[in-house]
Design a protein around this ligand. Structure first.
Ligand code: 5AD
Length: 348
């Protein structure tokens, strides 16, 4: 039994599996087995709609950061988002993720544009799950979106170590801080959202202790979902010259997270699929149980460039659903297009 409140112990375990002669396959087997009682061999598919690449934040790693003036900015309106969801629903999806930068145009305390979008989706597709991923907002905004029908919210904590967090994010007047991230995550949980946190692996200045600390934080938070993917440099960011995170370390972190949180929804991330052709299959074999194909309008996909060479065609695109399903069945898993709630959530 690993003590997931002990940073030193977790650090040593990560280092052990990173070194060449460890039995890493036994770690992956333990991780695969940990999910079986709750989700058997199911891999849940969610349709991802990247609703806006405007962002008020300026995270040093991210290609859609505010200071990137080279980027063509776009924002989908309610009807465009509904069209994406309709296309996805026709393909068979019953779970949709609306992700975007922190674009204040949706988040109007009076206008409730986002609340309208959520309730329109829920009205047209009542049984479908809606996940939001649009950053650090006020408790009031989160509550409005929950009341409008959103089921889940993803907000990666990025790093649970203050000093490391500050190396990844500028100190800025809009209040970005690890403390605020944590406040958001605990508020989202208390409002009733299935809540997701997560972090990048191999982000600049990250140590193995930092990664161990991320698991300790997640063990405290007990999120319903955890997104873990490698850092990948983006050419128009201050971190353009840093190397990408490693596939092996990313898989170790997915596996340890699965062992720690056997009931969590863990995506095989696009970032992992972008640096390794079989990255997502490897993540599933290390305990991941979610894949999020892209449903964004084709003309905007290249503009949602969080990092260089991000996948958005081929087997990443939702239109290639049969290819995605085959890749999942080929490794012995079962694609699942239901709403795919966390196993402890009972929906009436
Ligand atoms: N490399 C990998 N992941 C990134 N993200 C943002 N920029 C990068 C990058 N350069 C991740 C962040 C964010 C999520 C939406 O994408 O962790 O939370």
């Amino acid at each position: 039994m690993i003590d997931f409140s002990n940073v030193t112990e977790i650090t040593n375990i990560i280092k052990y599996y990173l070194c060449g002669d460890s039995d890493i396959e036994s770690l992956f087997t333990a991780a695969r087995n940990a999910r079986e009682p709750y989700y058997s061999k199911r891999v849940f598919l969610r349709g991802l709609v990247e609703i806006t690449n405007f962002c008020r934040q300026d995270c040093f790693y991210c290609g859609i950061r505010h200071s990137n003036t080279a980027l063509r900015r776009y924002r989908l309106d309610c009807e465009q988002i509904l069209q994406c969801v309709r296309t996805g629903h026709e393909l068979g999806f019953n779970s949709f993720v609306l992700q975007g930068g922190e674009d204040m145009c949706y988040i109007d305390d009076n206008g409730d544009i986002m609340a309208d979008i959520i309730s329109s989706i829920k009205k047209e597709f009542p049984g479908c799950a809606v996940t939001l991923s649009m950053g650090e907002l006020s408790r009031e905004s989160y509550q409005r979106y929950y009341d409008a029908g959103a089921d889940r919210y993803l907000l990666r904590h990025e790093s649970a170590d203050n000093a490391h967090y500050e190396k990844l994010h500028p100190l800025n007047p809009i209040g970005t801080s690890l403390e605020n991230r944590k406040r958001c995550l605990y508020e989202l949980k208390s409002i009733g959202f299935q809540t997701g946190a997560g972090f990048m692996v191999g982000s600049p200045y990250q140590t193995i202790e930092n990664l161990a600390n991320d698991l300790v934080f997640l063990n405290e938070l007990q999120p319903h979902m955890v997104g873990i993917g490698p850092f990948i440099p983006h050419n128009a960011t201050p971190f353009k010259n840093f190397p990408a995170g490693s596939v092996k370390l990313s898989l170790i972190m997915v596996a340890l997270c699965r062992i720690m949180l056997p009931k969590a929804m863990l995506p095989a991330t696009t970032a992992l699929g972008s640096i390794d052709e079989y990255g997502r299959e490897k993540a599933i074999s290390a305990g991941a149980n979610v894949v999020m194909p892209n449903l964004s309008p084709y003309e905007y996909r290249a503009d949602y460039s969080l990092y260089d060479n991000k996948l958005f065609t081929g087997s990443e695109a939702a239109e290639a659903l049969s290819a995605i399903k085959k890749r999942i069945t080929d490794i012995g898993y079962t694609p699942d297009l239901s709403a795919g709630h966390h196993c402890e959530i009972v929906k009436s």
